[in-house]
Design a protein around this ligand. Structure first.
Ligand code: NAD
Length: 317
């Protein structure tokens, strides 16, 4: 079975690729290496059935050519950085909405049966119902990133209805852990690298969100893909609890062993424009399917803090 993974050299994509390759699937990684790294998938290069195509999803003719002969597309590539999209208003439209259109159109033209899409909790915006179930509405995102991902979900739904493509949509909580190149733990560690005596934290520290280890995110997607059999399947993917930013900072400092760090909060309920300060995804639909995250948000943060500090903290070198 040919598996085609856009963004397969990235943080989440490369962990997915490890799992697919371990299952014995033929895997093509299609990635422009804008934020992904060849080093994340170098263990597969040269293995039979594995291909790395260094190319852009926005290059439609190339995408079409390379996708030919595959059965499943895991569309993981995107601009995952909410702040970048706020600074440059075309980024999410191009890297998320148009990129997803290209992937679906190439899937239609090459006869791919299944498309799995990585979406996000941000499509719900400031949801009035917590934990937020999958059928919550109206979905009113507050970032261009969230808006573009919601548009992508609409495209997956329409392609599924019109052209008989089976679709799986997974709305992730915050994903953390090894190989991360962005996100709260990575950002805080990078700041500590610059100045281990002082730590600036965005917002007032009371933001409350839910977190999940990257391995569990991939495990949940694979479980959902194998076990949900509607034409269009959509699930939240996250722990069923939250942790505050203040607690994350405490756990990170415990795990780094750094002492006497002067923590300064910038203030305000949100960390940045477009940030949803409080969210909690309902995990019930995945649980009813038979899958549950093994780690609470705090357990995931502690494990990821250890890993991210080991990978990136310079005082450890
Ligand atoms: P990432 O930046 O590590 O992965 C994105 C990958 O896509 C990278 O390898 C990058 O090089 C590649 N890519 C980007 N644009 C491309 C293009 N035009 N053509 C080809 N390749 C391209 O980020 P990630 O955190 O692993 O995110 C993976 C997916 O999960 C994204 O769709 C993101 O929106 C979604 N997501 C992530 C989180 C999270 O907390 N990390 C939360 C919700 C949703």
């Amino acid at each position: 079975m040919g598996r085609f993974v856009t963004g397969g050299a990235g943080f989440i994509g490369s962990v997915l690729v490890d799992r697919l390759a371990a299952e014995g699937s033929d895997v093509t990684v299609y990635d422009n290496l804008s934020t992904g790294k060849e080093a994340f998938i170098s263990q597969h290069i040269g293995s039979s059935g594995f291909r790395l195509v260094k190319a852009d999803v926005l290059d439609f003719q190339r995408l079409l050519k390379e996708m030919e002969g595959n059965d499943v597309v895991w569309h993981i590539a995107a601009n995952p950085d909410i702040r970048k999209g706020t600074e440059s208003t075309r980024v999410d439209l191009e890297q998320n909405t148009l990129a997803t259109y290209n992937v679906l159109e190439a899937a239609r033209k090459t006869g791919v049966k299944d498309v799995v899409f990585s979406s996000t909790s941000t499509i719900y915006g400031r949801a009035k119902v917590l934990p937020t179930p999958e059928d919550y509405g109206p979905c009113l995102p507050i970032s261009l990133y969230g808006a573009s991902k919601l548009a992508c979900e609409g495209l997956v739904s329409a392609y599924s209805e019109l052209y008989g493509i089976n679709g799986w949509i997974f709305r992730f909580a915050n994903i953390i852990g090894r190989r991360s190149t962005h996100g709260i733990l990575y950002d805080l560690v990078e700041k500590l690298n610059v100045n281990p005596a002082e730590l600036e934290v965005l917002g007032d520290g009371n933001q409350r969100k839910s977190y999940m280890l990257v391995e569990e995110c991939v495990d949940g997607m694979l479980f959902g893909y194998e076990n949900a059999k509607d034409r269009l399947n959509y699930f939240n993917l996250g722990a069923d609890d939250q942790i505050t930013v203040r607690r994350i900072v405490e756990v990170l400092l415990e795990e780094t062993g750094l002492e006497d760090v002067d923590v300064k909060y910038t203030g305000g309920e949100s960390g940045w424009a477009g940030d949803v300060p409080v969210f909690l995804l309902s995990a019930r639909k995945m649980q009813e399917l038979g899958w549950k995250a093994k780690h609470s948000s705090e357990e995931a943060i502690r494990e990821a803090a250890r890993t991210v500090a080991k990978e990136h903290l310079k005082t450890r070198e």
